[in-house]
Design a protein around this ligand. Structure first.
Ligand code: NDP
Length: 327
């Protein structure tokens, strides 16, 4: 038996509870892991509260991320005692996830714990931080250099946004942070934002084209925010879209694409190939200031994850939350 958050759906409705779970609940997999830390991402908030149909098998342990130590393995790539992390692959959605003391997964989903990070730091980064790095890699691949001009980051106080700001600033980019919490401006500047704007500037329906401003954009919000970001991106700039915190729609026009030649990159962390994941984690080791990471990280227990999930969806959480699954 081990402790886990378990989501059930039956006559009693949709419920997420902390409970002692039998090993038999764990799905098939060739590697078992003693989990040390997990984290709460936006998707985990949706899964725990049931606000969106993220969970597609019941009963299920949520948690799209975990870090821990291999306890059993029949996969030649992993041995007992290896330190590993996992992000995505449908774990926490269709396969039992990381908000538990134990997990069992396919070995090919695992990445070795990066040498520069503890298990706790890797989970402070989590899918949010790894996705922020995938966005940065997309802008770099597009050829955007710090001298090209301002980079807009939306949802700036969230997990992806905060880490994107820290990464871009470290790489020398001039970052403009868009937030609904302008009272947090000093915190965002300490992370590396050169300027902070109110997200209301981007939340009304977009015109086909606006005044050109951004060399590049990392958008975690979607909907009108993404449409406005595209409409104000400079000729041949790029937008990396990864989120839907403000809505799943994209009420835009073709104007920014055909009249300014902008490129919209879709960022998917869940099914990203192993080589891209490894590249992203290597770059996080090199480019993420762990002091800044510590400043945006809060630690909670497994039971606290149940209530903090709701806070996250309400936009009341700043930065990242790590979950110590053993307390
Ligand atoms: P967080 O909850 O940590 O942050 C989201 C932020 O978005 C909030 O802090 C808030 O920032 C802003 N926000 C919230 N609601 C609204 C709204 N109604 N309108 C405008 N802005 C809003 O989430 P994450 O950073 O972990 O994730 C951000 C998004 O990215 C989510 O939609 C998530 O599902 C997605 N995501 C996608 C991945 C992928 O693979 N494509 C991987 C990881 C995340 P502020 O207070 O500063 O305004």
């Amino acid at each position: 038996m081990f402790k886990a958050i378990l989501i059930t759906k039956d006559e009693a409705g949709y419920q997420a509870r902390l409970q002692d779970v039998d090993d038999a609940v764990l799905p098939e997999g060739d590697v078992s892991v003693d989990v040390e830390f997990s984290t709460l991402n936006y998707k985990d908030g949706l899964a725990i509260t049931g606000k969106s149909p993220v969970v597609r098998r019941f009963p299920l342990v949520p948690g799209i991320d975990f870090a821990g130590t291999v306890s059993e393995s029949s996969n030649p790539a992993w041995r007992v005692g290896d330190r590993v992390i996992l992000n995505g692959w449908g774990v926490g959605e269709t396969h039992c996830g990381g908000l538990a003391q134990k997990a069992r997964v396919k070995g090919e989903w695992l990445v070795a714990l990066p040498k520069e990070f503890t298990a706790r730091q890797a989970m402070a980064i989590g899918t949010a931080g790894y996705t922020a790095m995938l966005c940065v890699l997309a802008l770099e691949k597009h050829g955007i250099k710090p001298a090209d001009g301002e980079i807009l980051v939306t949802g700036a106080n969230g997990g992806v946004g905060s880490i994107a700001i820290a990464l871009l600033a470290r790489l020398g980019y001039q970052v403009v942070a868009s937030t609904g919490r302008v009272a947090e401006a000093e915190h965002l500047k300490a992370l590396g934002a050169a300027a902070v704007i109110d997200r209301q500037e981007l939340s009304l329906p977009a015109k086909p084209l606006g005044k050109e401003r951004w060399a590049g954009v990392i958008d975690t919000v979607g909907s009108h925010t993404l449409a406005n970001a595209c409409a104000t991106t400079r000729h041949h700039g790029a937008v990396a879209a990864c989120g839907l915190a403000g809505g799943m729609d994209f009420p835009s026009s073709v104007a920014p694409f055909i009249l300014r030649g902008i490129t919209l990159y879709g960022i998917d962390s869940v099914m990203a190939p192993l080589a891209l994941r490894q590249q992203a984690w290597q770059r996080l080791e090199r480019d993420l200031d762990v002091a800044k990471l510590a400043a945006i990280t809060r630690e909670i227990s497994l039971s606290e994850a149940l209530s903090v999930a709701g806070d996250l969806l309400e936009g009341r959480v700043r930065g990242r939350v790590v979950v110590d699954v053993n307390r």
